[in-house]
Design a protein around this ligand. Structure first.
Ligand code: ARG
Length: 580
């Protein structure tokens, strides 16, 4: 089905062409929902932007558009207001028929626009033998949400976890493992201490540093015992990562891992391919590529090193190999990388290198989904009191404890077990939602009180709206699955605005997909919950004096809100609870 906004957008486009000619076929009708129901349900603001181009005043332009507009089965009437706003009033029975269609569709009215398209989403990418930190939270939850959204839209999604499992640091880690012998595995369980211990020794003990360097050579040379120890580090780290993914509800499994080492034997081929493409140059003994448009501080071409003078490969070389693999072997149409914005230049250089090597087949799209930093109250990168990076595991634990405290204070009719389960969902959901709901590219301030609040654009507020609906059905001893959407009537203002809101779901999901910004979906779900709360206050559902047909209509509306909230939260990777 086509959502309402798409329907009248195309009607407006047709009218613009009919009034002013084909050259305006691409003019955006600039349709947005009206803030005030008096001014219609939606408004089209295109007349103002078109006026100059067609050489007429906006009101005349609006009049011509209206004269040429086919109201189809959706439009009740149009009004021109102010300088040339076109107010759109929709037919109530059109809204109801749309709701019926949405209710009858497993995808809540979303077209499967991703059919026949394959997309790689590269996200999370923690580093072996290092504890996951708050930065990995962002990549994991944003990437996971984008994967869920694209899944829902019918794309074939290939999740790729580009684990950092290779590099010179493994020399010192393996030597440390050997020295610690039997106690090592307990130490790796505390990855941070293990890593820091190895690093300390590398800096302080020349003899150790020397062994570490030799160990790197052995690792690169494929020495069997070294590889065995290296695998041990990876296995231990994977336990840690998988535990975090499970708690966090992130859909990554071992099958999604394509670690850096996976590309090792493709690296010489990448260098050769760059050479063949005429891109390889020499600079101070190293092999480099000059992606066009990149300059250093002095304005000189800025190189991307792909092979060091000592023969070592780099992070960039591996990413070149990974991208070749994804394009040539996985044969995907789109590749999306989710990392913090400090890697923006890295990916821009990789993409440019591909472009100037003519390695991007037609129809293949590359995106870097960058995000900002998580800040503390002092507006500096979020740290523990002692100045350490914050471990992701500790954050999750604290979120659940805080949620449990809040729940225990309010709901004394729930058993301890119930409270714990709810706290798990609400705590983790709040942590993820706080991250997802803030403008992706910006930094955000980490604030426990705000993210766990029952008011505002928070997970608890949204989950609470869902819980309220479940409780209506429990009280009425009815099953939300048995409502009949054809019974919906929109007599009250609050019912109508709730209906309009419900029909914006597909637009919100599409916006999150096209901009790769999950916060757009969050904003929508927040607005939907607010509309529901207003409806709930104004429109009693179960009260004795409510007519049966009105009750059935309101139950059907409520059930659709609950379904939409649950589906929307699921696209963010957040669960709901039935009571709270
Ligand atoms: N391991 C990297 C980090 O922690 C992230 C990997 C991102 N993916 C990629 N293909 N480079 O920053």
């Amino acid at each position: 089905m086509q959502d309402p906004q798409t329907q009248f957008r195309s009607a407006f486009s047709d009218a613009i062409v009919a009034a002013f000619g084909d050259q305006y076929a691409d003019a955006d009708p600039l349709i947005q929902s009206s803030r005030n129901p008096e001014f219609g349900d939606y408004q089209a603001n295109v007349a103002m932007s078109l006026a100059k181009k067609v050489g007429d005043n906006p009101r005349n332009v609006a009049t011509k558009i209206v004269e040429n507009l086919d109201l189809g089965d959706w439009g009740e009437k149009l009004q021109i207001a102010g300088p040339g706003f076109i107010n759109i009033h929709l037919k109530l029975n059109y809204l109801v028929s749309q709701l019926v269609e949405v209710a009858g569709d497993e995808h809540l009215g979303l077209e499967q626009i991703g059919k026949d398209q394959k997309v790689v989403i590269d996200y999370s990418g923690p580093n072996v033998a290092k504890e996951m930190h708050v930065g990995h939270l962002r990549s994991s939850v944003i990437g996971d949400s984008l994967a869920r959204v694209m899944d829902f839209l019918g794309y074939q999604v290939i999740r790729q976890n580009h684990l950092g499992d290779w590099g010179t640091q493994f020399g010192m880690l393996i030597e440390n493992l050997i020295d610690e012998g039997a106690v090592a595995s307990t130490h790796i369980a505390d990855l941070k201490t293990f890593y820091q211990g190895a690093k300390q020794r590398f800096d302080d003990e020349p003899e150790f540093a020397d062994r570490a360097r030799k160990r790197v050579v052995a690792l690169q040379g494929g020495d069997e015992q070294t590889l065995e120890l290296w695998s041990k580090l990876i296995e231990e780290s994977k336990l840690h990562f998988n535990h975090a993914y499970k708690l966090l509800g992130v859909q990554l499994t071992d099958d999604d891992i394509r670690a850096e080492s996976f590309y090792n034997d493709q690296l010489p081929g990448v260098i050769q391919a760059l050479e063949d493409a005429g891109q390889l140059q020499e600079s101070q003994g190293a092999k480099v590529v000059y992606p066009q448009g990149f300059k250093d501080a002095d304005g000189n071409p800025f190189p991307m090193i792909v092979l060091k003078s000592d023969g070592g490969f780099l992070y960039a070389t591996t990413d070149l190999a990974a991208l070749r693999y994804r394009i040539n072997e996985l044969k995907v149409n789109r590749i999306i990388y989710v990392t913090d914005s400090r890697q923006t230049q890295h990916f821009a250089m990789i993409f440019k290198t591909f472009e100037q090597s003519n390695w991007i087949p037609q129809g293949v799209k590359l995106d870097h989904v960058a995000f900002g930093t998580v800040l503390g109250n002092d507006r500096k990168p979020f740290k523990t009191r002692s100045g350490d990076t914050v471990k992701l595991i500790d954050l999750m634990d604290e979120a659940v404890v805080r949620a449990l405290n809040a729940i225990a204070q309010k709901s004394d009719d729930l058993s301890e077990d119930q409270q714990k389960n709810i706290a798990q969902v609400v705590g983790i959901g709040s942590l993820k939602y706080a991250d997802l709901s803030s403008d992706r590219i910006k930094d955000y301030v980490f604030d426990w009180d705000r993210m766990l609040s029952l008011e505002g654009n928070t997970a608890p507020y949204l989950i609470n709206a869902y819980v309220r609906i479940q409780s209506i059905f429990r009280k009425g001893e009815m099953n939300p699955a048995n409502v009949d959407a054809t019974k919906i009537k929109l007599n009250d203002d609050a019912e109508k605005s709730l209906a309009l809101r419900l029909l914006q779901f597909s637009g919100a999901v599409r916006a999150a997909e096209s901009s790769l910004e999950p916060h757009r979906l969050c904003t929508y779900l927040y607005e939907l919950s607010s509309s529901f709360h207003r409806f709930y206050e104004q429109c009693p559902v179960l009260k004795g004096d409510v007519l049966p047909e009105v009750r059935d209509s309101r139950l059907a509306l409520s059930a659709l809100v609950a379904r939409t909230l649950k589906a929307g939260l699921n696209l963010l990777g957040i669960d709901v609870v039935e009571r709270m």
